[in-house]
Design a protein. Structure first.
Length: 312
């Protein structure tokens, strides 16, 4: 049994709070998207886990830059400007419209541009932020547990990231699909993506999948997966990928999603959760890379260790 770094986060018990948190992240992400220059595969638009929550990192706006974040330990939205101005407001039961209005007010105080695209992406039946006036709950204890899990997952993802010499994404949270992800690239171009992802413009999807990838991530639940779970997929999926022997035994291939899934609970209950998760990440990557004929001799390396340069 794991410790409190891998807490229970059953999706059903905090589904509505999770949906609200997802939309709050979209508001922050859309502000960053409006001002950050485009980086390959939409890496410029993501959020990043930090010790107290999630952050945009510095956004090129206002008096030298503005950073926004969600404090998921102290339960507040916060902002900092390069000229020293700071502001925050409490997170609690409220509507998305109220959160959006308070964030715009905070941006104006910080000297930022309080204007960005106002409709959620990648959610069913999206409602404009300003019109989403339905009351939303806020289960602070559930949010704090989710944050602890997110930190533990991100530590493992960052360790996994070190074992690759090729192009690899940061460990970041995509606020559209609300998943923490890390992606490795073979270096070869991929066939054009057909598009058609609900709530995502086709040009964005095609740019995101312009090159051959093996991608892994973590969802809190929703979107057809009604429990927190890890995923791993390849684009394009090589022949035989669905039948690959991905470990551990609790992993399975979901034909509807076209991805391998590993329940978070299986990791949480393991004697060594980090080791079990790494086994899933490494074996699913190996399946994608071997079947996709990646040049693993040139791309793979030993995982990094603190204070030790990689031998060459």
């Amino acid at each position: 049994m794991s410790d409190d770094n891998w807490p229970e986060i059953p999706y059903a018990s905090w589904r509505e709070t999770c949906a609200a948190l997802h939309l709050y992240c979209q508001v922050l992400g859309k502000y960053r998207l409006a001002h950050a220059p485009w980086v390959n595969h939409s890496w410029h638009a993501t959020l990043y886990p930090e010790t107290r929550g999630l952050t945009t990192g510095p956004v090129p706006d206002g008096p030298g830059g503005i950073t926004l974040g969600l404090d998921l330990t102290g339960h507040a939205a916060w902002g900092q400007a390069a000229d020293g101005r700071e502001a925050r407001f409490a997170l609690g039961p409220m509507s998305v419209a109220a959160f959006h209005a308070r964030l715009l007010e905070m941006l104006r105080y910080l000297g930022g541009t309080a204007q960005f695209h106002g409709i959620p992406n990648e959610v069913p039946d999206p409602v404009r932020f300003t019109e989403d006036t339905a009351p939303r709950p806020y289960d602070a204890a559930a949010v704090a547990r989710f944050h602890r899990a997110l930190l533990s997952v991100s530590h493992v993802f960052r360790q996994f990231r070190t074992g690759f010499l090729g192009k690899v994404s940061p460990v970041h949270l995509f606020w559209g699909s609300f998943d923490l992800a890390v992606t490795r690239f073979s270096g070869r171009a991929a066939p054009p993506h057909p598009g058609g992802v609900p709530g995502l413009p086709d040009p964005v999807t095609r740019e995101a999948y312009s090159h051959q990838v093996s991608s892994a991530g973590f969802w809190p639940g929703g979107g057809g997966v009604e429990e927190p779970a890890f995923y791993s997929y390849a684009y394009p999926a090589p022949e035989g990928f669905a039948a690959a022997a991905v470990r551990p035994a609790t992993a399975r291939f979901d034909t509807g999603l076209g991805e391998f899934l590993l329940p978070y609970e299986a990791v949480r209950q393991a004697a060594d959760p980090a080791a079990l998760l790494l086994e899933f990440l490494e074996s699913s990557y190996a399946a994608a890379a071997d079947l996709g004929r990646w040049d693993r001799a040139a791309l793979d390396c030993a995982m990094g260790r603190p204070g030790r340069p990689r031998p060459v």
